[in-house]
Design a protein around this ligand. Structure first.
Ligand code: ZN
Ligand code: ZN
Ligand code: ZN
Length: 342
């Protein structure tokens, strides 16, 4: 059978995530089936620019007793409710290879993107996001100096639907002594590809997508923003730098401002898609900070938004997805069309 016999618009098929090695089931023929699921009510979105009860607003006191400074742009601090602690012993626990555990140390920090309680990332200025990127660079450098830190993840959960408890624009930084699951998978795939092809997996992937053009939402001289061929979430996107770099501190100044503009442009499109402040989990995948050079790593960001068909209809990962593997109905290519128009 030739490789061109799948009709992506008609035939159910599986697509491979080249970063994780996992497969996605696409069922394009189901897009027309009637919706009989739950309709959620929209959370109220009336906020003032300052909330005296918010632990992230400038000048306010936090749970640990410290007060935030009167910061003017962005600000980071160690989480008062950290999921990781730096002095945890890394002891190994193993009962007959059946009960297996390992101590994990780390540092969790919070980064406020803006002093304004009422704004979200798509409403911030390029200068403001550029300041956030500079702060990410400082955090990456200082955290990677700690010998107990082998991986640093920058991420943001936006929206109540994603379990974000505070609407103040902020992200998190988790620095851990182990390489997390998703990173380990992506590292192995990028390493294998480099060994086999002598070129970088994402450099080659970006060039292929540029020549096909079908899944690119937009691009500029530094950055490509696309819906990956293997996207699981309805409007999932990736932000990928055109030049090979493993971490945000390796970006030059024009690449950093290109990244800032891309983050704003993508999230503005998201907001316009269903005319709602669009929820998502996003994060940067950078090279591990374990002392190796990791030439195989190509810095990128993932956006995983849950909304499917409107401001109130979301995708759930249940049933087949929990028990077998991810599945989607609308194709990544039709999601791109929607995002281009938004
Ligand atoms: Zn606030
Ligand atoms: Zn590359
Ligand atoms: Zn990734």
């Amino acid at each position: 059978m030739s490789e061109t016999t799948i009709d992506f618009k008609k035939h159910p098929h599986r697509r491979k995530n080249i970063l994780t090695g996992e497969w996605l089931l696409v069922s394009p023929q189901r897009t027309q089936r009637p919706w009989q699921g739950k309709v959620e009510s929209l959370p109220p979105d009336q906020r003032s620019s300052y909330d005296p009860k918010c632990y992230l607003c400038p000048g306010n006191k936090r749970a640990g007793g410290d007060a935030n400074p009167e910061y003017k742009s962005c600000f980071s601090f160690t989480n008062d409710y950290s999921a990781l602690e730096i002095d945890t012993p890394e002891n190994i626990f193993n009962v007959n290879d059946l009960l297996v555990a390992k101590g994990q140390s780390g540092i969790c920090r919070v980064i406020c993107f803006s002093p304004r309680h009422d704004l979200t990332l798509p409403q911030l200025s390029v200068e403001n996001i550029s300041d956030v990127i500079e702060l990410w660079c400082d955090e990456f450098k200082s955290l990677s100096e700690n010998k107990n830190v082998r991986y640093i993840l920058f991420f943001e959960n936006k929206g109540e639907i994603m379990g974000c408890s505070n609407p103040h624009p902020h992200g998190q930084i988790w620095a851990s002594s182990s390489i997390p699951n998703e990173i380990a998978k992506e590292q192995a795939s990028q390493r294998d590809y480099l060994d086999a092809h002598k070129t970088c997996l994402l450099c080659d992937y970006v060039r292929l997508e540029q020549s096909e053009g079908e899944r690119i939402i937009f691009e500029d001289e530094n950055v490509v923003v696309l819906v990956p061929f293997w996207a699981i979430w309805p409007f999932e996107a990736m932000v990928i730098g055109k030049r090979h770099a493993g971490s945000i501190p390796e970006l030059g100044s024009s690449e950093r401002s290109g990244l800032a503009r891309s983050l704003i442009r993508l999230t503005q499109k998201y907001d316009r898609l269903f005319n709602v402040s669009f929820p998502y989990s996003m994060g940067f995948h950078q090279r591990p900070s374990d002392g190796d050079g990791h030439e195989e790593w190509h810095l990128h960001a993932h956006f995983f938004p849950p909304l499917l068909r409107s401001a109130t209809i979301r995708k759930f990962m249940v049933g087949y997805e929990l028990l077998a593997g991810p599945q989607r109905d609308i194709t990544p290519e039709s999601a791109v069309e929607r995002l281009k128009e938004a």
